[in-house]
Design a protein around this ligand. Structure first.
Ligand code: FES
Length: 89
């Protein structure tokens, strides 16, 4: 928490715009969430990745998403959803 003291923070509730819309739609179409516990972190990581890399490879996706664990194992769906969102935004 100390590392972000005084900095602007965006949470899942503040994720808006074409990128957020593309990710939300792709997440639904790929039926990604299971229990949902990790999904805010997954979506924020995906948004950060696509903001800097418009056409990420599978390796790019795996590296970018490696910090958010999903106990339900939705990684393949997440990868498909990120590719789908990248094609739309
Ligand atoms: S959807 Fe359950 S932990 Fe990721």
């Amino acid at each position: 928490v100390g590392d972000v003291s005084g900095k602007e923070i965006t949470t899942i509730e503040g994720l808006k715009g074409p990128l957020a819309d593309a990710l939300r739609d792709a997440w639904i179409e790929e039926d990604v969430p299971q229990c949902g516990y990790c999904q805010p972190g997954q979506l924020m990581s995906a948004a950060s990745l696509l903001a800097s890399n418009h056409r990420p490879s599978d390796i790019d996706i795996d590296a970018a998403m490696s910090r958010v664990l999903c106990r339900c194992g939705t990684y393949q769906g997440i990868r498909r959803a990120i590719h789908r969102a990248a094609r739309r935004k």
